[in-house]
Write a protein that binds this ligand. Structure first.
Ligand SMILES: *[C@@H]1O[C@H](CO)[C@@H](O)[C@H](O)[C@H]1NC(C)=O
Ligand SMILES: *[C@@H]1O[C@H](CO)[C@@H](O)[C@H](O)[C@H]1NC(C)=O
Length: 273
């Protein structure tokens, strides 16, 4: 993040003094939006051939029109969106009544989630053969690393292995690991979409932009911002990937549903009152 090199002329030469905004002194800055729901790096995918629609009409032009993959995935997981919205964590935040221990419990685990996710992104990146997906994953990795470092600083975490994760968070991490290890890296983009789409959707349902959520207002505005324009690009990528035969619909549904359930179960695992 905003690491700054101060160049000072001192004594016989130049001395570089490294300083960081994540210093010992309390900061009034908030950490900002989680890279789990942020989509500002999606432009790295713009030049991918997968962003260009393939001609999916077969030689005889008989191919039946089909629901777009992205719409299919969202429709198939509809009940889970509502489960996430109705979770005690989200409703507690909406109500500004969430037990601070619950919020802390979520953020501590999320710190480790983002740390472990960055390891998984690194695996997906190293496996990626599409140069645009590779570049996107490189930038995404960097943003996760910066974010978990900031969370470690805020929550006073020295070592991730000292944080005991609940079963829901662990299962979500294991799912991403599995996708990174075993599938074409375009499926890693599929695995990222549920959070990137669900959080803005929740934001829309609770009027995140204008509502008053007490002490949680800033967190809600940053993380549940209803702007989902970046998600549309992820969706274009996976829709074209399916049309070009790079993605299989059933496999995509399994990956997507597990990520969506990861969100639902992680929210659902938090003690709220
Ligand atoms: C909402 O807040 C009220 C008190 O202001 C409380 O009684 C109720 O349990 C809260 N609901 C949730 C879901 O946290
Ligand atoms: C992805 O990378 C990991 C670690 O390098 C490797 O073990 C795994 O076989 C790779 N998977 C694919 C699908 O390339």
């Amino acid at each position: 993040m905003l690491s700054v090199f101060h160049l000072s002329l001192f004594g016989f030469g130049f001395i570089f003094v490294f300083s960081s905004v994540y210093s010992e002194t309390p900061s009034t800055m908030s950490i900002g939006r989680s890279p789990r729901s942020a989509t500002h790096l999606v432009h790295h995918l713009d030049a991918s051939p997968l962003m260009v629609a393939a001609d999916v009409t077969d030689a005889r032009g008989l191919k039946a029109p089909r629901t777009l993959l992205s719409e299919y995935l969202w429709q198939q997981t509809q009940q889970h969106h509502n489960q996430a919205l109705q979770s005690g964590f989200v409703q507690g935040i909406r109500n500004a009544s969430l037990n601070p221990e619950g919020f802390g419990g979520y953020m501590l685990q999320d710190s480790v989630f983002c740390y472990k996710a960055s390891n998984n992104i690194a695996i997906a990146e190293s496996n990626a053969t599409d140069p645009f997906i590779k570049q996107f994953l490189q930038k995404t990795l960097k943003s996760y690393q910066e974010y978990y470092q900031a969370l470690f600083n805020t929550w006073h975490i020295e070592d991730a292995s000292g944080i005991k994760l609940g079963q829901a968070c662990s299962a979500y991490i294991a799912h991403e690991h599995n996708v990174a290890m075993n599938l074409n890296s375009v499926y890693f983009v599929v695995a990222l979409i549920p959070c990137a789409k669900l959080w803005p959707w929740i934001g829309q349902q609770i009027a995140a932009d204008t509502g008053n959520f007490g002490v949680y207002t800033k967190w809600v505005q940053e993380n549940f911002s209803p702007d989902s324009s970046g998600v549309t690009k992820y969706e274009t990528l996976i829709n074209n990937a399916e049309a070009q035969g790079v993605i299989n619909r059933n496999e995509a549904l399994e990956v997507y549903t597990k990520s969506m359930m990861g969100e639902v179960n992680f929210f659902g695992s938090i003690k709220t009152i």
